[in-house]
Design a protein around this ligand. Structure first.
Ligand code: TPP
Ligand code: MG
Length: 773
């Protein structure tokens, strides 16, 4: 860590005041000053910001080094912007456009905000956990020689106390402990208020224990220096304050000095007389608000004392809305000062009317040079690296040989071949899986490239000469990060790995595997990863009813619909091994492309006969979302449209029906997601005068108007049924709409109408009424 210059406490206190004012004023401006086009409340969280300004001043203007990264509590976003405004890296225009179109975002956003944001936040809990995984990625990069020791930093999460109720934090804590995570500071803004209420008293004592038992150092910053000194002199008050419930504490902080006096006097009587006599009401209110999270000396001291790499939880006691008229009020979460209150705050801080946006308004001439010098030092420390892309070349990935293969087995083979090839791309691959490495066919890659462990880990079974297909030794060079079952952690791990190029200047190729149905378990974390534009390959397998005997709890139904609605994630569902190889190549390319995205491959354990290809004409279409596996005849009146593992049923039905239905086509859909996107994009482009039809329009235009489509997928039928809307074709949608169950494939396909009979019935349904009319 960098050696720090001694803290300039006075300058930091002034910055704390400036941040509190600027964040409050930014929100005030958006709600009460800026013109409103629609009459909607703009909103913002003045109280949540005021709670954190001292903590953030102590961090950004003292404790953070140039390589440190911070996830800021979402509703303290305006404080982060105010910091950058003081540092000269945020514009007035952006502040004045808070929550406006193109303006600074409600919650810190890596992709949309104009300031450097290390981690997006918004869905509480996730920003906390990603810091631990980012720290693990840093360890990985250092161990692999991709990052110098001196470039290493610390990962800081600023956490609302109610955020601690999010379960993903504890899933992460457990995983982080297993991986011996270091260099994390998690700082709780312990204002004892959530959105609705004051926080439960009972839980607080437990947090300390929970973290300590996971190897964390915990540091409680309860009282500020002045209050601590007074309490040391008055032990009865200290004891009383210690036992004061959160709700009472908040209410008294809101009510002020007279209420404190009455309550202390009422509870303690004579034994508090000397204490009370020493302070008038205003002094008493100020003293009782002197909590650790607002006391600059306390904060600086605590941060300076934690300069080793031990993960540390700071519990900083604060007042929600500190210094604002609704400080401590239980309803203050979305509370906004009215104009009179905002003006009173301005006046009380010595800011002249009209100079509210001056960065150092109200700062006296004597103090200004010290503050400016501190800002300048900190500005240099926060400069950010540019995002890096285009570092990698992707080799052609040959399809595995074999007349019959499943896409899941082919996935394992392709990765293994790549690992053995020695191509530099293979060295950038990091695989990870929540305890399903073996059952998703990653095992061969792990045998080849090893587990990542900071400390050498022997394979005990191998050493004892016990036969096993899996060689699980771990070392610094390993390329597989094994996770526990919690799927949310998989997505946060992928998010951190997928931001490696941006965070550390070295791009990795993260590949995560899990069972398709359990995407739902980590869905918000997956969305969070995509929202930040993290890049990775997600391989979900097995999928669908085709899993057969395993049964309904594991047979996924709706992930293709999830993918259809998920920005930043491209869904591919290959039927054949050669398609899969092409898709993996494309996915790797997209990871390292500035305009790329992440990829989700939905695979299957069903072994199917591979097609004999005359040429690779199919490839381009497969990567765009679909191609004619059996070309339709001119003016064809029907087509079978199928996806993934059900292609054998579609092919068999095509063979059987094509004699009776001249020109019957078979369309293989490899990505409903891409087809849909292309369709809507082409429509939007047409409004702009570009009449180029989309890929799906080109495919379907081969059929005659009003032709029938039988769509078939091992997923919710809506994944493909929308295709009828593209050119007005009629659709018989086949797919899975009820929970699955155990059974062999013929039984299941018959029961769920995914077999040849169902396709024939679908075609008949579409064609017979027409011929009879
Ligand atoms: C996953 C998720 N659920 C709910 C919310 C809505 N929400 C925003 S802030 C908040 C409570 C915040 O309380 P706390 O974390 O203590 O922060 P404070 O404002 O008190 O600093 C809630 C419920 C959210 N942003 N994310
Ligand atoms: Mg809170």
């Amino acid at each position: 860590m960098l050696k720090k210059t001694p803290a300039d406490i006075d300058a930091l206190k002034i910055i704390d005041d400036r941040l509190r004012f600027l964040s409050a004023w930014t929100i005030h401006h958006a709600n009460h000053v800026r013109d409103s086009a629609d009459g909607l409340k703009v909103g913002g969280h003045q109280a949540s910001c005021a709670s954190m300004t001292a903590i953030m001043a102590a961090l950004y203007f003292h404790a953070l080094g140039p390589n440190d990264r911070v996830a800021v509590k979402p509703h303290a976003g305006p404080v982060l912007h105010a910091i950058h405004y003081l540092l000269g890296s945020q514009s007035l225009e952006q502040l004045q456009n808070f929550r406006g179109f193109g303006g600074m975002q409600s919650y810190p956003s890596r992709t949309k905000d104009k300031i450097p944001v290390d981690f997006s936040t918004g869905s509480v809990g996730l920003g906390v956990a990603i810091t631990a995984f980012a720290s693990l990625v840093q360890d990985y990069l250092t161990a692999h020689g991709m990052m110098a020791e001196e470039d290493r930093g610390r990962f800081v999460a600023l956490i609302g106390d109610a955020e601690l109720d999010e379960g993903n934090i504890y899933e992460c804590l457990i995983e982080a402990h297993k991986h011996d995570i270091r260099n994390c500071w998690w700082i709780i803004d312990y204002n004892r208020q959530s959105l609705d209420a004051t926080s439960a008293d009972r839980m607080f004592e437990r947090f300390d224990e929970i973290f300590r038992s996971c190897g964390w150092r915990t540091v409680e910053l309860r009282h500020g220096k002045r209050l601590s000194a007074e309490l040391a002199k008055h032990p009865a008050i200290a004891e009383w304050l210690d036992a004061l419930p959160n709700a009472d504490h908040s209410a008294l902080l809101y009510q002020g000095g007279a209420a404190w006096r009455a309550r202390i006097d009422g509870d303690l009587g004579k034994s508090a007389a000397a204490f009370l006599k020493g302070h008038d009401d205003d002094a008493l209110a100020a003293l009782m608000s002197d909590l650790g999270g607002h006391c600059m000396e306390t904060l600086v001291e605590a941060f300076d004392a934690s300069q080793d790499d031990v993960p540390t939880l700071f519990i900083a006691w604060t007042v929600k809305g500190f210094g604002l008229p609704f400080a401590g009020h239980k309803d203050n979460h979305a509370g906004l000062m009215n104009p009179t209150q905002a003006h009173a705050l301005r006046d009380s801080m010595g800011v002249a009317e009209g100079s509210e946006w001056e960065p150092l308004a109200g700062v006296g001439a004597n103090e200004k040079p010290g503050v400016e010098a501190l800002v300048e030092r900190s500005r240099i420390a926060r400069e950010k690296r540019a995002r890096s892309f285009d570092q990698l070349s992707v080799p052609a990935l040959p399809a595995p040989q074999g007349g019959e293969q499943s896409t899941q087995a082919a996935f394992g083979r392709i990765l293994l071949d790549l690992a053995k090839s020695g191509h530099p791309l293979a060295d950038r691959i990091v695989t990870t899986s929540p305890d399903v490495t073996v059952s998703t066919n990653l095992g061969a890659f792990v045998n080849q490239r090893g587990l990542f462990k900071r400390r050498e880990m022997k394979d005990v079974f191998a050493a004892a000469k016990i036969a096993s297909a899996q060689k699980w030794s771990g070392s610094n060079n390993g390329q597989h990060i094994e996770l526990g079952i919690a799927e949310s952690n998989l997505f946060l791990m992928l998010a951190a790995l997928g931001l490696s190029g941006d965070l550390f200047g070295e791009r990795l190729i993260p590949i995560g595997t899990l069972y398709d149905p359990f995407i739902a378990r980590g869905l918000d974390s997956l969305n969070y990863a995509c929202y930040q534009d993290a890049r990775f390959l997600l391989v979900a397998t097995p999928s669908g009813l085709t899993l057969g005997p395993e049964g309904g709890a594991h047979q996924s139904i709706n992930p293709p619909l999830i993918a259809l609605g998920q920005p930043g994630l491209r869904h591919y569902e290959p039927a054949y091994a050669d398609e899969l190889a092409a898709m993996m190549e494309e996915a790797f390319r997209l990871i390292d492309d500035a305009n790329g995205e992440s990829t989700y491959l939905r695979l299957s354990t069903r072994s199917v006969v591979q097609p004999e290809r005359a040429d690779d004409g199919w490839r381009d279409g497969a990567l765009k979302g679909g191609y004619w596996l059996k070309e339709p005849g001119p003016n064809a009146e029907a087509a079978i449209v199928a996806m993934g593992a059900l292609m054998p049923e579609a092919l068999a039905a095509w063979e059987e029906l094509s004699a009776d239905i001249p020109g019957l086509g078979l369309l293989s859909v490899t990505s409903p997601d891409l087809l849909h996107r292309g369709w809507t994009a082409a429509q939007a482009a047409r409004w702009g005068g570009n009449r180029q039809p989309s890929h799906v329009e080109q495919l379907l235009s081969r059929l005659r108007p009003g032709a029938g489509l039988v769509t078939l997928c091992d997923a919710a039928p809506a994944s493909l049924s929308w295709l009828g809307g593209v050119l007005g074709h009629r659709v018989a949608p086949l797919g899975v709409e009820r929970f699955g169950q155990t059974g062999n494939l013929p039984d299941l396909y018959a029961a769920y109408r995914l077999d040849g009979d169902a396709i024939t019935e679908g075609i008949a349904e579409l064609l017979l009424p027409q011929t009879s009319s």
